[in-house]
Structures are given as C-alpha cells and as structure tokens.
Design a protein around this ligand. Structure first.
Ligand SMILES: C[S@@+](CC[C@H](N)C(=O)[O-])C[C@H]1O[C@@H](n2cnc3c(N)ncnc32)[C@H](O)[C@@H]1O
Length: 245
C-alpha cells in the first residue's frame, strides 16, 4: 500500500468507526442520561442534549487530544465536582474547557447574582454553541487558552478568582503548557480559593500536589468515560513549587 492509499484507507476507517460505533454510543448516552425523549431529567437550563452530544463528537473527531472525550459530562459528574465548592462566597469563577457547557449552565444556576463567570474555550464550535445557548449577564465566554488566564482576567478588569473549574485533558497537554496552566491558576486564586479538576487520567494530580498543599480526590463512575475528580487548595509558596520540579 503506498502512502496515499494508506491515508485514504485510514480516513475511510475513521469515518466508518464514527458511523458504526461513536454515533450509536452518543444516542445511547443521551437516552441513558436524559431519558428516552432526549429531555433533561433536571429542570436546570442546560443546552439541548442532542446538540451537545453532536458537537462533542465533531470537536473530538477534529482534535481528539485537545478535547479528550467525545461525550459531554453527565449531571452526576457535575454534582460530584460541585460538592466541595462554596457557592455562597463565590464572586469570580473561571472555567477551563467548558466544552458544551454542562458545568457552565449548572454553575450559573448556583452563582450569586452579582458574581462573574469567565469560561475559556479554544474550540470554535464549542465557543459558538456556548455563546448561542447560554445568555447570562454574569457569563463571559472567551475564545482562548487556559495558559493565558492571567491576561484574560486582566482584560476583564479582574485579577483574582475564587474558584477554577477545569475540564482540561492534562494527560494530552504539553508538559510545559500543563505546568504553566497550574502555576498561573495557583497565582490567581484567592488564599481561600479552590481549583477543581475532572479528568479521565491522574496526570493532573502531581501538578496539583506541587502547587497546593491540600489535594483531595474522588471518582465518578457515572460518566463516559468515568473521571477522577480533584480539589486543590492552599497554595504552596512559588519557591517550594519550583524546587519540586
Ligand atoms: C473533556 S472536554 C470538556 C467537556 C465539557 N465538560 C462538556 O461537558 O462538554 C475538554 C475541553 O477542554 C478544552 N481545552 C483543551 N485545551 C484547552 C486549553 N489549553 N485551554 C482551555 N480549554 C482547553 C477543549 O476544547 C474541551 O472543550
């Protein structure tokens, strides 16, 4: 097989894989999580499950390493991540990688009326979907990358956050970028702030342990794929964090 034929064969296999395996799984996911009519079981204002599932797939197929999962988060995962978050005192929330907005919409339902939510998303289709489906004066969706969080906050007249929620696939991020993201996050969090991360693998844990003295963890099975959940707080001094590198 020459290079061109090999590539065409690979592309055809990928299309077949999506049609035969991934799309039926998406419908199953929607049916299990939202019920057979595709309506959310919760009354919270979340984006339509079918469009969320479709967008997750297309963004995942476009860039699997960046997106990490072909499925939107379940409400169970959202609940688990939120269980250690103090909503009453929160005035600035930052979200890394909101994707289809499952965490974003649930956060808006809990946030103080005067609070702000800065959601940072690089994916074009995710970004457009979030802008169109979540209209709330407290929300600002930024098309950008988590590593630029300090500048993004500054551009919005902010310097600190009370909480950061991260859906980033740390296992596929470049090591330097992953370090930059956690370092910048630790530096913008208020002393009582919390960094909450969910991901399939454990790769974010050592990074969090280097920058924060308290890292708690949990696991959520009811998500595709099941996810590790971490809550990091109490920033270590930057010299301790860099000496552990
Ligand atoms: C596992 S998905 C999150 C899915 C989301 N929880 C949902 O329910 O739809 C990971 C997200 O991280 C985003 N992402 C990847 N690299 C990023 C970066 N450097 N900065 C911000 N977001 C990033 C991807 O575009 C994707 O939306």
């Amino acid at each position: 097989m020459d290079g061109f034929t090999g590539l065409s064969y690979f592309a055809a296999c990928r299309v077949l894989f999506v049609r035969k395996m991934v799309e039926p799984l998406a419908s199953l996911h929607v049916a299990i999580v939202y019920g057979s009519r595709g309506k959310p079981m919760s009354s919270k204002p979340i984006p339509s499950p079918t469009s969320s599932a479709r967008i997750s797939f297309s963004e995942f197929i476009r860039d699997p390493a960046k997106v990490g999962s072909a499925f939107p988060a379940t409400q169970r995962l959202v609940k688990r991540v939120f269980q250690r978050i103090d909503w009453a005192g929160m005035r600035v929330l930052v979200e890394f990688g909101p994707g289809t907005g499952r965490f974003t919409s649930a956060a808006l339902a809990r946030l103080h009326p005067g609070a702000r939510l800065i959601a940072i998303e690089p994916g074009g289709e995710f970004f457009e979907h979030l802008k169109a489906s979540l209209r709330d004066p407290r929300l600002c969706v930024v098309r950008g990358c988590a590593q630029d969080v300090k500048k993004i906050l500054y551009d919005h007249g902010l310097s600190h956050a009370d909480c950061i929620i991260s859906g980033l696939p740390f296992s596929t991020l470049d090591d330097v970028v992953a370090e930059q993201i956690v370092d910048a996050s630790a530096s913008i969090l208020m002393p009582s702030g919390i960094f909450a991360a969910y991901q399939m693998r454990k790769s974010v844990k050592p990074l969090l342990q280097r920058h924060f003295s308290s890292v708690r963890s949990s696991y959520e099975w009811w998500n595709i794929p099941p996810c590790h959940v971490y809550w990091a707080s109490n920033r270590r001094s930057p010299s301790i964090a860099s000496s552990a590198l």
